[in-house]
Ligand binder design. Structure first.
Ligand code: HPA
Length: 273
């Protein structure tokens, strides 16, 4: 297998042949957030399947793509669809697009996701600014040989979510009068939703929300010195005592319903970077 760095260079060269501009920010669109693309002035779309060294989708009907263009006057690249560990990709494959976007020149990474709320103050449809995360229950994408050209062997994780970017998001949410929760994202692999006991444990361990993405992406971003800001849409509540069946459908619907709030924040944020 070719060296990771060499692969990233080849991927970057391919993309730059098709889109010669440098995006300032990368945006990862979570489940149910497909409409966000309508906010962008898309100049170029590249399906993941066409990009050399991008993971090959094994899931039927799974169609992801990179969107290049302008958002509120700023050049961005957005991932419409992300790779999840539960789909069977390795941690390196899950995070390959994040590394690619850094190679393309992004200086900020904006992440969104759907997450289950375990903080009793949360309601479905809330936005949660991620202030920190707990990565114990995921596979760390930096396991194995360290790629010193990307970052250090033992990255500091004291500020995985940029405090400066968090402050900007809070100011923007205030000015838009969008209520914003804040809290700790607890990463899991999925694909099962959690048991009642697990949701309680996650809350007891310090989580406010739980989800199946994001943490591996953030780890590789921090490894490369790329500042991150991330917002969860709370799509279901894990700690209800009543019947608590959670379906993928309700997660998608709740994410889509809350999407305009998230889009409005990201739109202003890119202009304020
Ligand atoms: N648990 C894990 N991942 C999720 C959830 C959840 O309740 N909701 C959306 N993604």
């Amino acid at each position: 297998m070719a060296d990771l760095i060499q692969q990233l260079r080849e991927t970057t060269a391919f993309i730059q042949q098709h889109y010669p501009h440098t995006p300032e920010a990368g945006i990862v669109l979570g489940s149910g957030l497909g409409n966000f693309a309508n906010e962008m002035e898309v100049e170029k779309e590249i399906p993941y399947a066409n990009i050399p060294h991008f993971p090959v989708s094994t899931v039927e009907g799974h169609s992801g793509k990179l969107l290049f263009g302008k958002l509120n006057g700023r050049r961005v690249v957005a991932m419409a669809g992300r790779f999840h560990f539960y789909e069977g990709y390795t941690a390196e494959q899950v995070t390959y697009p994040i590394r690619t976007m850094k190679f393309l020149g992004i200086q900020h990474l904006l992440i969104s996701n759907a997450a289950g709320g375990v903080n009793p103050n949360f309601r479905v449809g809330d936005l949660m600014l991620i202030t920190d995360h707990i990565s114990l229950a995921i596979i760390n994408p930096l396991l194995g040989k360290n790629h010193g050209d990307l970052g250090p062997r033992f990255p500091d994780m004291s500020e995985p979510y940029s405090k400066a970017l968090q402050q900007k998001v809070k100011n923007i949410a205030d000015s838009l009068q969008v209520p914003l929760q804040q809290g700790v994202y607890f990463g899991v692999t999925g694909p099962t939703f959690e048991t009642r006991a697990e949701y309680k444990m996650i809350h007891a361990l310090g989580g406010d929300a739980v989800g199946m993405s994001t943490v591996q992406e953030v780890i590789v971003a921090i490894h490369m010195g790329l500042p991150v800001v991330a917002i969860s849409i709370i799509t279901d509540l894990g700690i209800r005592e009543e019947d608590n069946v959670i379906t993928h459908q309700e997660v998608l619907e709740a994410a889509a319903a809350a999407e305009p709030k998230l889009s409005a924040i990201f739109k202003q944020l890119v202009a304020a970077l």
